[in-house]
Design a protein around this ligand. Structure first.
Ligand SMILES: [Zn+2]
Length: 485
């Protein structure tokens, strides 16, 4: 089968396997009852301008109606007055590596126990939710920590974002397999690649991730040549799509990036040289393949820290130099992709993974409008994940994963992901984080949201938390960010 015909076939797919997605199976119970979020500035993720004086009815964890603040509250609904704050869909990080870098104990301090990493990962996930990111796509982490954490959340151990995972990254036998021990499933030849896909499904993956090129974070890897052959990538895409799973490709050099695009991969991760190939950007725009630019990774490897006076590069000098060049290329590609109409999703690709808001600021710095960057963090992120019918927009029927910001993110994008200005985070209608819940109030969601809410005419108390009945403890501002990266 030629690449072209595979490409056309991929464009015609219409996968609907939502109920089998492990990330959805692990969702907490939706909050029962009704909530009327009123006096909102609504950014709904549809591309429409912000709507002032809006109101949104949440019912049993879903958006039931979009209305106007002048309307009376629906019967039986708990009323939350947003007082002009901005209401937007829960944020989505489409490219995260969900692991916490463990601290290095000082000389003489006791060595770390093996289980510490899992606790640090849980703390990072709680912090991610506190910053308004309600869904995160894990594109490669170590061992089985992520599926373990997801299962812990499923059974109520703690609250964090919805997690999609690729399981292991499928890669050719390559130096990265030594660098990232436990993150890769090395496979050579179409049959073994096909088996590697099946293994990830067995592990509980939501999608398949493949290294179509080497990585600029590995000094022994050359990102220029394709790392797998056309036949191997075609087998991987065919097997994943045949089983109903989407494919994300690590794609740096043009050769591997072109194969990924032509063979129908769903999301192109990095893709920083695409501005050199307008024909490939046009092909992506036509097919709806999503670009995830991951600017923060170049900042990270180059040692640029825009937050606090700079940060010395700790990477090997050739990779630092490459990262600086790649940042320029990625900036050019971001604006070229936008001009070509390529869908663009936000992916942070750096540590600590909870700090994904910084990627949005960088997307704006490198040429997107704040509105476009917010779409990348919401609707297009959901599209990248294959969940656009449920996530990323505030429309009737979508899941009530919502964020209320104590700022206007269109004029102040730095507010996105800032825990101090994240007033409220709703997960399937349950208030789980935000300054409205008060500082240090873990477990007191019910009381806190009651304090900030007026109930509608029937004066029923606010009961919008599923914490009580599923055992999960809601989260507020007590989580300490692990000292990663
Ligand atoms: Zn990455």
């Amino acid at each position: 089968m030629s690449g072209r015909s595979l490409f056309a076939a991929a464009g015609a797919r219409n996968i609907d396997v939502m109920t089998r997605m492990p990330c959805l199976l692990a969702d907490p119970d939706p909050a029962p009852g009704r909530m009327w979020l009123t006096n909102a500035r609504l950014f709904d993720g549809t591309g429409a301008p912000v709507r002032p004086n809006a109101a949104v009815l949440v019912e049993d964890g879903r958006i039931a109606r979009i209305g106007d603040a002048a309307e009376p509250a629906p019967e039986g609904a708990a009323v939350v007055d947003l007082a002009g704050r901005t209401l937007l869909p829960g944020l989505i990080d489409a490219h995260a590596h969900l692991f916490a870098e463990p601290p290095s104990p000082a000389e003489g301090a006791e060595p770390l126990w093996p289980g510490v990493g899992a606790h640090l990962l849980a703390a990072g996930l709680r912090e991610t939710l506190r910053r308004g990111f309600t869904t995160v796509r894990d594109v490669g982490s170590y061992g089985d920590e992520v599926v373990t954490a997801r299962q812990a959340m499923r059974y109520g151990a703690f609250r964090g974002p919805r997690v999609l995972t690729c399981g292991r990254i499928v890669s050719a036998s390559a130096p990265g397999g030594r660098f990232f021990d436990g993150m890769y499933r090395e496979a050579d030849g179409p049959d073994e690649v096909r088996k590697a896909v099946r293994e990830q499904v067995r592990r509980g993956a939501d999608f398949v991730k493949v290294m179509t090129t080497g990585a600029r974070s590995v000094e022994l890897e050359d990102p220029a040549p394709a790392q797998l052959t056309r036949a191997e990538i075609a087998a991987l895409v065919d097997e994943a799509h045949r089983l109903g799973y989407r494919v994300a490709a690590h794609a740096e050099g043009i050769d591997g990036t072109e194969l990924a695009i032509r063979l129908g991969v769903d999301t192109i991760e990095h893709g920083m040289y695409l501005a050199r190939r307008p024909d490939l950007l046009d092909a992506m725009a036509e097919s709806g393949q999503v670009l995830v630019p991951t600017l923060s990774c170049y900042y990270g490897v180059a040692g640029i820290d825009s937050r606090a006076g700079g940060e010395a590069a700790s990477w090997t000098p050739p990779l630092v130099e490459l990262a600086l060049r790649n940042l320029e290329e990625a900036g050019r590609t971001l604006t070229a992709a936008r001009a070509a109409g390529v869908p663009i999703a936000l992916g942070h690709d750096w540590q600590p993974f909870s700090d994904a808001g910084i990627e949005l600021r960088r997307m704006v710095h490198h040429g997107l409008s704040a509105h476009e960057a917010l779409l990348a963090a919401t609707a297009t992120g959901a599209r990248a994940l294959g969940l656009a019918d449920r996530l990323g927009t505030v429309r009737v029927g979508t899941l009530a994963d919502l964020v209320v910001l104590d700022a206007d993110p269109l004029t102040d994008p730095a507010a996105v992901g800032d825990p101090e200005r994240t007033w409220l985070v709703l997960q399937l209608g349950a208030p789980v984080a935000g300054t409205a819940l008060g500082p240090g109030q873990v477990g007191s969601t019910r009381a806190a949201i009651s304090a900030s809410a007026r109930t509608a005419a029937d004066s029923r108390p606010v009961t919008h938390t599923s914490a009580a009945h599923n055992g999960a403890r809601p989260v507020s501002g007590t989580v300490v960010t692990p000292g990663c990266a």
